[in-house]
Design a protein around this ligand. Sequence first.
Ligand code: ADP
Length: 260
Amino acid sequence: AVEGVSDARIAVMADRVKRRFIAIGSGKGGVGKSTLTANLAVALKRMGHKVGVVDADVYGPSQPTLLASEKAKPEAIDRTLQPVAGTLGIPMLSMGHLIAPGKALAWRGLKAAGALTELIEADWGDAETILIDLPPGTGDVQLTMIQKHRPDGAVIVSTPQDLALIDAARAGQLFETAGVPVIGLVENMSGYQCPHCGEFSDPFGQGGVESIAARLELPFLGRIPLTMDIRIASDAGNPPAAEDGATGAPFMAVAEKLAN
Ligand code: ADP
């Protein structure tokens, strides 16, 4: 034992050292940031990682739906929030658990920052990797997240569309400038296969995120296709990466890169 430091304190310190927070960000809303977060969480969990999820998306918290914990109400013990159990038992906390439905837009600035701190500093137990679903863009909540909570890394998700790419690059630069390493970029809604005729098409183009990653000298972590199955399963609280199969496979591939 270290002199003057209690065993309990040492345990807490050891715990801190092991835990890493990974922010999942995007330049724009609706590009699949929350869907990716939920699928990466279940994928990492299945790979044997102790994973947790913080839903910091004040403007549209969707993790309670994606990870099937809509009815859960987190308790506070000694003013510390206790995560609730989501899909596969993943510990999670969402802004959605703290605010009444339909009130999200009233939560701005300082109030949102305070709530964010409560989510991050909750009782995460033995969770080693905590994924943070950020709000889209580069506003107050993202800045608080970066400056005050210093995540260990960030993943940026974008569609291959030109406008989304510009915003994604901006989001990436925000993290890098603040000294938070961008672990890599993910291309979502990348290519679509018609369920009727089997023909492939690229509604938002393809390959755009990979080339932005190359230009910014950041790793490219993979592409997720646009499929009906991803939307239906994820939005029903059963992210496809929770099971074996082709639908969840692209998420498993990204999770493997994150784990290394
Ligand atoms: P964001 O968090 O970036 O706002 P969401 O994850 O909420 O975006 O996704 C927006 C919508 O698009 C959701 O209905 C989601 O199910 C759907 N979606 C996301 N990714 C895919 C995909 N790869 N294929 C099909 N639908 C998707």
